[in-house]
Design a protein around this ligand. Structure first.
Ligand SMILES: Nc1ncnc2c1ncn2[C@@H]1O[C@H](COP(=O)(O)OP(=O)(O)OP(=O)(O)O)[C@@H](O)[C@H]1O
Length: 122
């Protein structure tokens, strides 16, 4: 792989992220949630280990959402017909996003529960 194609592949990847962020409603919601979580973690000064779990959860959700977007595009490219296999492909990819989001909720509760209780004097 030459230098040019190596660097241009970063450009294409950035284009993919920009496409998903600007066109996919769920991606916007997850992106906003990630931003809020990052600001909250910074304000509450959570530990390094907690930061790592938060970043892992955020990365998992956004990555799953992007694979979901990519898969939807491929399915629609192959055929716009209604087909049970198209449904399986899309529903399974959506299920993967749901699993990662559930993990993120658990991480969020574990990380923020105690700092928030302390902050609000519970
Ligand atoms: N070609 C198809 N054949 C059968 N069922 C389909 C097909 N396309 C979509 N579906 C069903 O409709 C649901 C919604 O599909 P759609 O492509 O609209 O995604 P979406 O819910 O809009 O996803 P997103 O909001 O992430 O774009 C799918 O999860 C699937 O159950």
């Amino acid at each position: 792989m030459g230098k040019k194609s190596f660097f241009s592949s970063f450009g294409f990847a950035a284009e993919g992220i920009r496409y998903a962020m600007t066109t996919q409603r769920n991606m916007k919601v997850h992106g906003l949630a990630a931003l809020i979580v990052i600001v909250a973690a910074a304000v509450l000064q959570v530990s390094t280990m907690r930061w790592l779990f938060l970043l892992l959860a955020i990365t998992l959700v956004l990555t799953a959402e992007m694979f979901n977007t990519a898969l939807e595009a491929v399915v629609d490219l192959v055929s716009s017909d209604i087909h049970p296999l198209a449904k399986i492909a899309k529903d399974t990819a959506a299920g993967a996003v749901l699993l990662t989001a559930a993990f993120a909720v658990v991480v969020g509760i574990v990380v923020f529960y105690r700092p928030l209780v302390e902050l609000f004097g519970g």
